[in-house]
Write a protein that binds this ligand. Structure first.
Ligand code: CTP
Ligand code: MG
Length: 232
């Protein structure tokens, strides 16, 4: 079954990272926010958007059982690889029947469902690659190996890119067939860019921030506590 005419939407959730920068004892996707693992929160957001037909979660090989214990029935769970690109590739292989792929980091656990549905709506309007984007607030400079500044990028032309990133499935499969670890890609859209294909931005959402550092974890827990205080 598909959520709308126009094809089956499969969300791939890379959750196989170790979370080195977060520095918790367990892999990041399994760290809890108000008692719920981040990967579960990310999957719940996708399912409650109402625009996702199927979810594939990619986890570390030793955490398949832990993942199945904490995820809803019907979600597929597959083993990830050493790099994010390997994990997403495993997700693509597990869902060959998709017409549209969303790729969504488990680490963006507080992403509002409305952002997910806006990405899919843009794909349904005929775009082949769609990413959420926010204005950058810091000044961004390039530096050399010694730490000397080599340039200042024009802030008005820069955007911070989030997930979910959405793609026509055939385009993402083609981008991953051409991709190598040497690309050093930190997102999926950059692999599509390497093919020379257009990637469209839509407005992102501050709540879709990636939980990367201990300070991000403090922020995520505070956001949940504030939301809970409001409903009481
Ligand atoms: N990811 C993955 N497989 C990998 C590496 C990363 O599925 N081999 C996932 C992470 O689980 C995360 C998302 O990709 O949901 C974004 O990666 P990042 O924020 O870098 O997470 P980690 O790699 O876990 O963190 P770190 O780089 O600090 O170790
Ligand atoms: Mg990483």
């Amino acid at each position: 079954m598909t959520s709308e005419a126009g094809g089956r939407v499969v969300a791939l959730v890379p959750a196989a990272g170790r979370g080195v920068r977060l520095g918790e004892s367990e892999p990041k996707a399994f760290v809890t926010l108000a008692g719920t693992p981040m990967v579960r929160l990310a999957v719940d957001g996708l399912l409650s958007s109402g625009v996702v037909d199927h979810v594939v979660v990619v986890v570390p090989p030793d955490l398949i059982d832990s993942a199945s214990a904490c995820l809803p029935d019907g979600v597929d769970i597959v083993e990830g690889g050493a790099e994010r690109i390997d994990s997403v590739r495993a997700g693509i292989a597990a869902a060959p029947d998709a017409d549209i792929y969303l790729v969504h980091d488990a680490a963006r656990a507080l992403t509002p469902p409305s952002l997910i549905s806006r990405v899919v709506a843009e794909l349904r309007c005929g775009r082949a690659a769609v990413v959420p984007a926010l204005d950058v607030t810091d000044t961004i400079k390039s530096v050399d190996i010694l730490g000397n500044v080599t340039g200042t990028l024009k802030r008005s032309e820069l955007r911070a890119i989030q997930t979910p990133q959405g793609f026509d499935a055939e385009l993402l499969r083609r981008a991953y067939s051409a991709a190598t670890p040497a690309d050093g890609a930190t997102d999926d859209a950059s692999l599509v860019e390497h093919l020379g294909e257009r990637v469209r931005t839509i407005p992102g959402d501050a709540l879709a921030f990636k939980i990367t550092t201990p300070l991000d974890l403090v922020l995520a827990r505070a956001v949940i506590a504030a939301a809970e205080a409001k409903v009481q």
